[in-house]
Design a protein around this ligand. Structure first.
Ligand code: AMP
Ligand code: MG
Length: 319
């Protein structure tokens, strides 16, 4: 069993000794290890059961620390960093030799981010190395948004989880890379496309391409509950299953044909950010109910609705 607590100096000792620990961020909880220590990085892949072709995000707390392990910082990237860090935005930047190929799965760019969580920023400020940290869930399952979620799934494999409460954004960071002068969004996430475009103008979207080799983690099926989740043809589903056996995930409004205790409404006020914050924990709640299937409603395709829909589509059964 992992200890759940807020002892930053103990976490620092564990990390210096090459251990991996759970850390809170505003997006989701991370499974963190010293990014400069190959053994610690290997441990991250093992604990998560994550394939090594899926690269990790490196977290730091200041731009000056960041510039020590990247080889270039394009102007558009700097503008985005200035506008959104600390925050739910990951930038793909050319890496320096200090970052091992293990972290980047052999790619020449490293994914970097300054997270917006006071405990983790405090921890990072005491460390003289950055933290490699993917989401702290077994590969393919729903990402964790609380220390308890991490404990449930990885608690037996790690010594400590730093408890920073519920993740306030609730979905992963938006990932942006650069091709020449063009900014490319590889994963939709906690920073909306609209917000990015306000700072640097039009961006290219390749986030929906599941065969995109630049982002191996963009697998078509991901973030999945164990119960089959459907996004099409609710009418058919309600003919095939009794109303006690269907779970229902909706944006704003409840539905009649499903028992109320089996329904989770992402935001009664229709707020996209509130919906994002609830998404993964509500998926987990539905997954643990005595039901047979989950139906999820898609949100309007704008603002964080796009990133939420991306997660729901990937959680869904392929039909
Ligand atoms: P996670 O931390 O679990 O949200 O996963 C991080 C994701 O970032 C990976 O699945 C990759 O898709 C993406 N990523 C990390 N590093 C790179 C990179 N150098 N190039 C492209 N995508 C990356
Ligand atoms: Mg992940």
């Amino acid at each position: 069993m992992a200890i759940i607590g807020t002892d930053i100096s103990y976490v620092k000792q564990l990390l210096q000794a090459g251990q991996v620990v759970g850390i809170p961020t505003e997006t989701v909880y991370g499974l963190a290890g010293n990014a400069f220590d190959e053994d610690a990085v290997l441990k991250i892949f093992t604990v998560k059961n994550r394939p090594q072709f899926d690269p990790l995000i490196v977290h730091t707390d200041t731009l000056s620390k960041l510039t020590s392990f990247i080889a270039d910082f394009p102007e558009k990237a700097q503008k985005l960093a200035k506008a959104f860090w600390p925050g739910p935005l990951t930038l793909l930047l050319p890496k320096s030799d200090e970052i091992s190929d293990l972290v980047t799965s052999g790619l020449s760019t490293v994914a970097v981010r300054i997270p917006n969580h006071s405990l983790t920023l405090e921890l990072l400020s005491t460390l003289d190395f950055p933290l490699a940290a993917p989401s702290a869930n077994p590969f393919g399952y729903i990402s964790p948004t609380s220390a308890q979620h991490v404990e449930k799934q990885l608690g037996k494999k790690i010594p400590y989880i730093l408890d920073g409460g519920e993740s306030q954004v609730g979905i992963e960071s938006t990932i942006v890379g650069f091709e020449g002068d063009e900014a490319v969004v590889y994963r939709l996430g906690g920073t909306s496309v609209e917000a990015l475009e306000k700072i640097i103008g039009t961006v290219k979207l390749v986030a929906h391409s599941s065969s995109n080799p630049k982002a191996p983690g963009m697998l078509k099926s991901h973030y999945s509950p164990r119960k089959p989740l459907f996004i099409t043809d609710f009418e058919q589903l309600s003919k095939n299953y009794s109303k006690e056996k269907i779970g229902y995930l909706s944006f704003q409004i409840a539905i009649e044909n499903v028992s109320l205790e089996n329904q989770r409404i992402l935001s009664l006020t229709g707020s996209y950010s509130e919906a994002a914050k609830h998404l993964f924990s509500y998926m987990r709640q539905l997954d643990s109910l005595p039901i047979d299937v989950i139906y999820a409603e898609l949100l309007p395709e704008k603002d964080l609705g796009r990133a939420i829909n991306d997660r729901i589509r990937r959680a869904a059964v392929r039909e």
